[in-house]
Design a protein around this ligand. Structure first.
Ligand code: UGA
Length: 423
């Protein structure tokens, strides 16, 4: 394998993971960000993104001289053979992806890219963006390639270094092959395709995952009505290798910075393309409905009204292993609870700052003290290890476990009712 000179623009969890992991594969990587304080921290080897293994890779890359951090994309690209774009593409108007960050990087460095260099887009962007980037760039000597990432927050390093697949798309085939070659050491299957197909793979995968979860959440409701147990139903389904056991856990709805944004964006893409995609609309609607169902469970557990009742929340992050609150189902449920007059207190092991409308504490027992209902919203392992006997003494409150995460017997032994999802 040839070690390449690589520039990575953007040091969020995707950019930083990409840079540090490519350096660990032997490439020489310069990462750029527009935030001076962040660059200074990274130059000193301080990583504030809670990704297991990432601080170690950054330290090792810096020590080996294979990883460097600079302020501004211009500083990074001058000598690069391959430039990765890893900038945010948040939800913009009408649910479509907001491409301003991508466009501004092109405007900044487009003319400075070395001849023959490859511009790789890793940000999640609508189909056609590679073509649009090529148009904005207006350079015959720079190839544009799409190479979507499939990194989960909280296991990004593991997902990068042990990927299920590498997807690379370009209308310039030799450039795409050179990008695939960057990953040779990972030994993963690769899909080499055109730019539009590659861009679509990312949405197709994330939306399928969202659909799987909405299906399971709807199935969980049916289980409750029919006296069945969703855990057994999904286990029974999951042994079918065509379905698989993963991504079948019911919950308070799916959230985070990717699935909601990408489902809305694909729905918008389909609308613009004039394609009816009711499955996608139903996936999104089922997720909105799931939050209402959780609200209904909590309201019922509170005796029919939430007005003036204290709800003790365990978990705020959109999933365990991250401090990310973006599109967190826990916050969506909190908003619904507050709208019905509940008072909210919460503990999340990864969240220490203030959260509007919620009294946060760094002590789980304090969060549930005197609560009318205790609600578990994020599946942190430490919630299983809480002293539930002590909690039973502090709050004679039913426990709504929206992740089926606790051992119901342990909760019941503490004298508390346990209310799960789909069982
Ligand atoms: C997701 C995808 O899983 C990644 O493959 C993708 O690269 C990433 O988006 C992205 O587009 O960048 P992530 O947002 O980190 O990763 O979160 P997931 O682990 O997929 O979880 C999404 C939501 O589904 C969370 O709210 C989680 O709690 C929920 N979930 C997940 C369930 O409710 N049940 C499950 O069985 C699994």
């Amino acid at each position: 394998m040839f070690a390449r000179r690589i520039a990575v623009v953007g040091t969020g969890y995707v950019g930083l993971t990409t840079g540090a992991c490519l350096a660990s594969l032997g490439h020489r990587v310069v990462c750029a960000d527009s935030d001076a304080a962040k660059v200074a921290r990274l130059q000193a080897g301080r990583v504030t993104i809670p990704e297991p293994g990432l601080p170690e890779l950054v330290t090792a890359g810096l020590a080996a001289g294979r990883l460097e951090f600079v302020l501004g994309a211009t500083q990074a690209v001058g000598n690069a053979e391959v430039v990765f774009l890893c900038v945010p593409t948040p939800m913009g108007e009408g649910g479509a992806a907001d491409l301003r960050a991508v466009e501004s990087v092109i405007a900044e460095v487009g003319a400075r890219l070395p001849r023959g260099c490859i511009l790789v887009n890793k940000s999640t962007v609508p189909v056609g963006t590679a073509a649009k980037i090529a148009e904005l760039l207006d350079r015959d000597d720079v190839a544009v390639v799409s190479n979507p990432e499939f990194l989960r927050e909280g296991s990004a390093v593991e997902d990068f270094l042990d990927p299920d697949r590498i997807v690379v798309g370009s209308d310039a085939e030799d450039a795409a092959e050179r990008v695939v070659a960057l990953y040779t050491r990972l030994g993963a299957p690769s899909v080499l395709t055109d730019a539009a197909s590659s861009e679509l793979v990312k949405y197709a995968a994330n939306c399928f995952l969202a659909m799987k979860l909405s299906y399971v959440n709807a199935m969980a409701e049916l289980c409750e009505r029919l006296g069945a147990d969703i855990a057994d139903v999904t286990e029974g389904m999951g042994y079918d290798r065509r379905i698989g056991q993963s991504f079948l856990r019911p919950g308070p709805g799916w959230g985070g910075s990717c699935l909601p944004k990408d489902t809305y964006a694909l729905a918008q893409v389909a609308r613009v393309a004039g394609v009816e995609f009711p499955l996608l609309e139903a996936t999104i609607d089922t997720n909105t409905r799931q939050r209402q169902l959780v609200l209904g469970k909590i309201r019922a557990a509170a005796g029919g009204s939430l007005r003036g009742k204290r709800i003790g929340m365990l978990g705020l992050a959109f999933k365990a292993g991250t401090d990310d609150l973006r599109d967190s189902p826990a916050l969506a449920v909190a908003e619904l609870l507050a709208a019905e007059g509940a008072e909210l207190s919460a503990y999340d092991p990864a969240i220490s700052g203030e959260v509007p409308g919620i009294l946060t504490t760094d002590d789980p027992y304090q969060a549930v003290k005197g609560a009318a209902v205790i609600v578990l919203l994020t599946e942190w392992p430490e919630f299983r290890g809480l002293d539930w006997g002590r909690i039973g003494e502090m709050a004679q409150a039913p426990v709504v476990d929206t992740r089926n995460h606790l051992d119901p017997d342990v909760v019941r032994l503490a004298g508390l009712a346990w209310i799960g999802i789909g069982r």
